[in-house]
Design a protein around this ligand. Structure first.
Ligand SMILES: [Zn+2]
Length: 341
């Protein structure tokens, strides 16, 4: 049995923990029903207990290398404290890393959740064969992470990769960050629902109004389902989404010229509905993409062929994530493995 580390995905609603061997094999995965709402001390205690239980189980067979924890929010890499986390109130100005290290008696790495998702896709997912990549995670908002030569690019103090707040509309919708016209106001689950509600309020869509009236949740998924059934109003929203994402990617491709951009997060499952306008916009707006685009990005973007293209023909690959919600778990575990952080 090889050495192993523990990866933790501390989400806004629950907590998942995995033991992963240093060569990338999943040993065990547990989902704790921990209520983040019960507060910081409760969550830290349950997390540490579960990490200790798992590590004790595999310690007889290999060395426990430490734990990596993916957290939604901005982390001060030097102090191991959270600067700001909308989903984890009460966690800022508290020495999170030091406290968990003290409890575990092991090395602990804290990292932004999108950064660990990037590292996971780089290690074992869509980007495993390319040296340089970025991930764009489409969820409630947009997250981002950049991996250069196998390492997360943190910027000066861990705040890089805030792709969701790249402005794409000069007089656009107000954003929670204090700005307006940010990418996540047009290409996220929240944006999809808002655009649908705007169409309903404006009396512009009977089909969306009917769906909203009969569906208590009326989520981005409901609107996607309408779109793939051919509803023109649903399709229009995802075309707008794809256009916004294409604009964001055009900027990223122009600036970074990376081998691969991986599109992850829950809303990436709506790929079919937004990818055509995303690629159209990207090709129109990015000279770097136009010069390096694969001939048939929609046909070849997935799976092994994408990696072969990237490696052999120096194309800019825009592709879907492969690891789903496990990317963050693997990436977090990778932080504590040799050469990971
Ligand atoms: Zn913003």
């Amino acid at each position: 049995m090889p050495d192993f580390s523990i990866g933790v995905d501390l989400g806004g609603t629950n907590l998942r923990i995995a033991a992963v061997s240093a060569d990338g094999q999943l040993l065990e995965k547990v989902t704790l029903g921990t209520k983040v709402a019960l507060g910081r001390d409760h969550v830290i205690a349950e997390m540490c207990e579960a990490i200790q239980r798992l590590s004790a189980q595999y310690r007889t067979e290999g060395l426990f290398l430490g734990a990596g924890i993916g957290i939604p929010g901005i982390i001060d890499m030097e102090t191991g404290m959270l600067r700001k986390s909308a989903n984890l109130p009460g966690w800022s100005d508290y020495p999170v890393r030091a406290e968990i290290e003290r409890r575990l008696g092991a090395r602990v790495f804290l990292e932004n959740d999108a950064n660990v998702a990037a590292l996971g896709e780089k290690w074992l997912g869509a980007a495993r064969d390319v040296p340089n990549m970025a991930i764009v995670t489409l969820g409630t908002g947009i997250g981002g992470g950049i991996v250069l030569n196998g390492k997360i690019w943190h910027g000066m103090n861990g705040m890089s990769g805030e792709f969701g707040h790249v402005p794409i509309e000069p007089d656009g919708h107000a954003c929670g960050c204090g700005g307006h016209g940010c990418a996540e106001q047009y290409a996220s689950a929240t944006a999809v629902v808002r655009m649908a509600r705007e169409a309903i309020t404006g009396g512009l869509s009977q089909s969306l109004a009917a769906a909203a009236a009969s569906d208590a949740e009326f989520s981005a998924r409901s609107i996607y389902n309408l779109a793939i059934q051919g509803d023109e109003d649903g399709r229009r929203i995802f075309r707008r989404f794809g256009k916004a994402l294409g604009m964001l990617l055009a900027g990223l491709v122009n600036v970074l010229n990376l081998d691969m951009f991986v599109i992850g997060g829950g809303v990436s499952s709506a790929w079919d509905a937004f990818a055509p306008t995303m690629f159209e916009e990207l090709r129109e707006r990015s000279l770097v993409y136009a010069a390096t685009a694969p001939e048939d990005p929609l046909g070849k973007e997935e799976g092994a062929s994408a990696q072969v293209l990237a490696r052999t023909r120096r194309k800019t690959i825009i592709t879907r994530a492969l690891l789903g919600s496990d990317a963050g778990l693997y990436g977090a575990a990778r932080l504590a493995a040799p050469g990971g952080a």
